[in-house]
Design a protein around this ligand. Structure first.
Ligand code: ZN
Length: 151
């Protein structure tokens, strides 16, 4: 197993066992339930957006799913907390391109940071939907949708 793959496995397992930002958020301004029928993952993403509508003041998630879907939600909420909503949309685009193989995670122009770890799912197409579920739910939440699906 390559070093990158080993790190990927470790981080996925760690975030699955101890998910960050895993709690309901009664004060959330945005929430969306994401469903991945292919794997059976169900993840609700909560966001508290500031009064200007441009800043993700707080983020959390809850749900049940496979290790990849939970680890992805955990890393996503960690990375986007306190960031502008515009940055979240930009990162969603980069993340989607990366897991589909269209973006080189080692390029200098992306903003993926720790999210680069998920480049491992490129080799397992059925896992792409697990890795992107929380992101679809977040985009749904920002677009005021109650549900989002990977299908
Ligand atoms: Zn899954």
């Amino acid at each position: 197993m390559s070093q990158a793959n080993e790190l990927y496995q470790q981080v996925i397992l760690d975030h699955n066992r101890n998910p960050r930002n895993y709690h309901p958020m009664p004060e959330a301004t945005h929430a969306c339930h994401g469903h991945n029928p292919l794997c059976g993952d169900n993840i609700t993403v909560f966001a508290k957006v500031d009064a200007t509508g441009q800043l993700l003041e707080d983020m959390s998630f809850q749900g049940t799913g496979c290790a990849i879907s939970k680890a992805s939600a955990s890393l996503m909420t960690s990375q986007l907390k306190g960031k502008p909503t515009a940055e979240a949309r930009e990162l969603f685009g980069e993340f989607l391109e990366m897991v589909k193989g269209g973006l080189d995670p080692e390029s200098q122009t992306n903003h993926l940071g720790k999210l680069k770890l998920f480049q491992g799912v490129r080799e397992y197409s059925s896992r792409i939907k697990c890795a992107t579920l929380a992101w679809h739910a977040l985009m749904g939440a920002l677009d005021r949708k109650e549900t989002a699906s990977t299908e």
